[in-house]
Design a binder for this molecule. Structure first.
Ligand code: PHB
Length: 253
């Protein structure tokens, strides 16, 4: 790819522009994008204009920029997250209907838990997860199951970095997280009481592939004082259903 005078490639600049969009920052002006991407204003306006012309970004009547529907279309087409989400949705709907609390699906992505889906009934309590949002592996129930059933090298890499505290109850001592991961492997599920927010407990189970690694995590967010047993029973049953659906899908391919 051709390089700019500052030495970064066209691809670098496109990625920097696209990465200024986050789960909570979904609308920006071209000037804000340029500042956040570290690009000169004229370059930012040109790159944003080209992306709008290509349909990868959308510009509304007030000139504000959003991620384009065309980008969603291309990204979603036959991607791994789509396959996992389609295999999981029927089981997630059953969990949600029975437990009536937030039900989520996450996969491991760049050492974080990336949420592919979230089903919520209006009366369910607090929950900070967003579809296409991320949470740290050590701090969330989904992250803990993804980490517990991942390669040892990945566990070591995550535990060698500073572990961010999200609430007073987030485990940030690597030895404590190591003990928690051993417990998750022994029990086959994770309970994270107050780790993300003091008001809620995340409970999660792995959806395992043929190698025993977690292909995904299914989780429910409960009020902190709710008993986790009934939700875990539903989640374990759902995980078996999703494992079967994924295996069947692979055979049909
Ligand atoms: C969790 O998975 O542990 C979790 C996620 C979102 C919350 C609370 C807990 O808001």
């Amino acid at each position: 790819m051709a390089n700019s005078p500052s030495g970064d490639s066209v691809t670098d600049r496109l990625v920097r522009v696209l990465e200024t969009f986050t789960p909570t920052r979904t609308v920006q002006t071209a000037t804000e994008i340029g500042r956040r991407a570290g690009l000169p204003s004229s370059t930012a306006h040109r790159v944003v204009g080209e992306l709008v012309d290509a349909g990868l970004l959308d510009r509304d009547a007030e000139g504000r920029i959003r991620v384009g529907v065309r980008l969603w279309e291309l990204a979603t087409r036959s991607s791994l997250p789509l396959r996992v989400r389609q295999a999981a949705l029927p089981a997630m709907e059953r969990v949600q209907a029975r437990v009536r609390e937030h039900t989520q699906l996450a996969i491991l992505e760049q050492d974080e838990a990336l949420f592919l889906e979230r089903l919520s009934s209006p009366e369910a309590g607090a929950n900070i997860t967003r579809v296409a949002g991320r949470l740290p592996l050590h701090a969330s129930s989904s992250g803990l199951v993804l980490l517990a059933f991942a390669d040892a090298a990945l566990q070591e890499r995550v535990l060698s970095r500073p572990l961010r505290r999200l609430s007073p109850r987030t485990p940030t001592d690597p030895a404590a997280v190591r003990r928690k991961l051993a417990e998750v492997r022994r029990l086959g599920h994770a309970i994270a009481p107050g780790y993300i927010e003091e008001v809620s407990t995340g409970v999660a189970v792995p959806v395992r592939d043929d190698s025993g690694r977690a292909a995904a995590a299914l989780s429910v967010v409960l009020p902190v004082d709710a008993p986790p047993g009934p939700a875990l029973e539903e989640l374990h049953r759902a995980a078996r259903d999703v494992e079967r659906a994924l295996a069947g899908h692979d055979r049909r391919k």
